[in-house]
Design a protein around this ligand. Structure first.
Ligand code: FAD
Length: 104
């Protein structure tokens, strides 16, 4: 690797900071850019700070697919679709379904 590379990262939330730290440890010079002052209330400023086991599971699982019809029929369900956008989403849906295999 060429450690003389200068790397710029846009966004000083947890993603930007974590990537900058990782790259700095690898010996790169990193500059962070943000449109706001450090510590401004972006998502990383005000989160609840808990590690969420539900978020470490893959979302595209076959059991999730089986739940989709019920989610769509519920007015308070976690999934809503803009029906006229569905044709555009088909390639994404297909990739989502193909990635439900255990191998993936
Ligand atoms: C209320 C709340 C509670 C949460 N609780 C939890 C929790 O308990 N556990 C958990 O794991 N996650 C939680 N999250 C989610 C978590 O906080 C976010 O997923 C995470 O902080 C996102 O980090 P980020 O670096 O991607 O984005 P951000 O923290 O939003 O940082 C993005 C940065 O990019 C900058 N930026 C954006 N566009 C530009 C641009 N064009 N030019 C320059 N700068 C730009 C912004 O100013 C910002 O500083 C919570 C989120 C919220 C809102």
């Amino acid at each position: 690797m060429n450690n003389k590379l200068e790397i710029g990262i846009v966004g000083t939330g947890i993603q930007g900071i974590s990537n900058a730290l990782f790259l700095q440890k690898k010996g790169y010079n990193v500059t962070l850019f943000d449109r706001d002052d450090p510590g401004s209330p972006a998502a990383s400023y005000g989160n609840a700070g808990h590690f969420s086991p539900y978020a470490s599971l893959s979302l595209n699982r076959t059991d999730v697919l089986a739940d989709v019809p019920a989610m769509l029929l519920s007015s308070t369900g976690p999934l809503a679709l803009k029906w006229n956008y569905v044709p555009k989403m088909i390639p994404w849906f297909l990739k989502f379904i193909l990635n439900t295999s255990k191998k993936k």
